[in-house]
Design a protein. Sequence first.
Length: 141
Amino acid sequence: MFALFFERQHHVLLVRFSDRLARDDLARLDRDARAFVAEYGVSRGIVDFTAVEVVEIETAEFVRRGQQAAIMTGQDRVYVMPRPDLFGLGRMFSTYQKIGGNREPLIVRTLDEAYGALELVDPQFEPLPLAPRASNGQAQA
């Protein structure tokens, strides 16, 4: 599960994952990120995994995703991954992004580090609505 927030002054998208991180969450995020780009344009971003309790994604999926083109092409991205298992997966993803010609996302352990990396002081993130979903949690066509 995740929520989206936007800091308009500095044009930064914040994604906050919580509870269980599953493959379908990443697919929904891709869809929502594309919708965001269509409305606001590309943006710098923070993806916060601090509240993730269970990871249900295989390493091979992180590799596959790392080999894909970034949705926020050419923008700074910071991933907050405090848990050692997530931090390792994040570093691997980051490396594959770089090998694939994308801007390499920075992997940090705290939200304060992410704010510092993007030079954000007292950011004012506002919630953004997610794209509609069917009642069973699957994306609507």
